[in-house]
Write a protein that binds this ligand. Sequence first.
Ligand SMILES: [Zn+2]
Length: 302
Amino acid sequence: MIYQDFKPCPLCGASGQIPYANCTDFTVSKESYTLMRCPSCGVVYTLDPPREDEMSRYDKVNLKLKLGDSPSGLIGRLYYHVRNLMLRKKVRIVESQSYRTGGSLLNYGAKTGFFSHKMEKRGWKVTSVEKYHEERLFSLEMFHHRMIDVPEMDALHAGTFDVITLWHVFEHCHNPHELLDRFYELLRPGGILIMACPNICSTDAMYYGPYWAAYDVPRHLWHFNPSSISALAYKHGFTLMHHEKMPFDSFYISILSEKHLHHRMSFLRGMIHGLHSWRISLTRRSKSSSLVYVFRKRITSE
Ligand SMILES: [Zn+2]
């Protein structure tokens, strides 16, 4: 196939798109999707994904696990322990990178609201955006925290947020350009945008190839590395200030990848490969399974 036959890059419009991998939706539909790589901006993307209004058929809503009603068994207890550690890490990133211990925070794609609740308890004024009704309802009942639906974001005032967070959300978004522009408007001058995304240059991505669980097609539309996401954000007025690893993702993603491969002892094998990936990321952050990016809103164009 000739590269010029493919449509231009959906992010930068460049032609000459290159097939990158063929992946399967192992968790829901079992459908196959092609990943493409843009030779110009470097982003990898899912070719012809379902439309936004079709995506609820593919999204995994696993409230029971997220809820935390009675963790049972080793895996359940491990999950809760890791989630609490991750919440503490997210708090530390927000407060250390914003140099604030309180302020105004927009949590976009807030899911069941554990992070929003944690930040509220620390004194932050939190606005949460969540597209799924079940998750908004859960947050209301569990934390008495009212989340807004995506269209309600239109009513938010420009320049009112100190921090905007997207924890493993941006790779799901059909409208990345529009969203980044809106975040730029909503942030105060000097405010920060924090986004956590899987990293396609990670050790575990290289090892598992098309079975790497964090491709998670067709839910993940964009597959970034540090250079492609920072180039995109830069075009929208953001400068990358800092990035750091998400320590447990290499284990979780490796275990899931082993399951996709139908390997025996997938948990043990995943832990071993997760440990290997994690150890490499200690000295080479850019090889981490997932990365948290901290962008600062530029005051003027550079
Ligand atoms: Zn491109």
